[in-house]
Design a protein around this ligand. Structure first.
Ligand SMILES: [Zn+2]
Length: 145
């Protein structure tokens, strides 16, 4: 398609009303009339799906029972266990009464020493959709040309 006025090849024709007639014009010639239709602008839509899997360590809910049972089966007093893993006796007491959830680090120490399981892994999936619209303006397209 060519511009009805100057003959230039039209990639993005403007529909222009010039003295009652509808013409397909280039941008420069479109100023001679009234634009009735702008050229279409391409929109490039990119969609990214970002998937991420994460494993999160968490302390089992019944840790107080597990710790106490394991300790008692080894015939250890709270003080003994405290000494073995180098923590305060009050900490063992608090954990066994469910008032203090051990840190992952401490729980792993207890797991190793008592031969029990306190830390479990939970899988978490994150999914995020990112849409990136890049709108090419006529200006951009002309530059490319
Ligand atoms: Zn023209």
């Amino acid at each position: 398609m060519n511009c009805d006025m100057c003959g230039r090849i039209l990639e993005f024709p403007y529909e222009v009303e010039v003295e009652g007639a509808t013409m397909q014009l280039c941008k420069s010639c479109s100023v001679f009339g009234r634009i009735t239709k702008q050229p279409k602008i391409s929109v490039i839509r990119k969609k990214y799906v970002i998937k991420r899997e994460e494993y999160i360590d968490f302390i089992v809910e019944d840790y107080p029972v597990r710790i106490r049972n394991a300790r008692e089966s080894k015939n250890l007093k709270q003080q003994d266990l405290a000494n073995k893993i180098a923590v305060k006796e009050s900490l063992i007491h608090k954990m066994e009464s469910g008032n203090l959830e051990p840190s992952i680090e401490l729980a792993k120490k207890l797991e190793k020493f008592l031969g029990i399981k306190l830390v479990e892994k939970q899988k978490e999936e994150h999914q995020r959709v990112k849409i990136n619209d890049s709108t090419l303006t006529i200006g951009d397209l002309l530059k490319v040309k």
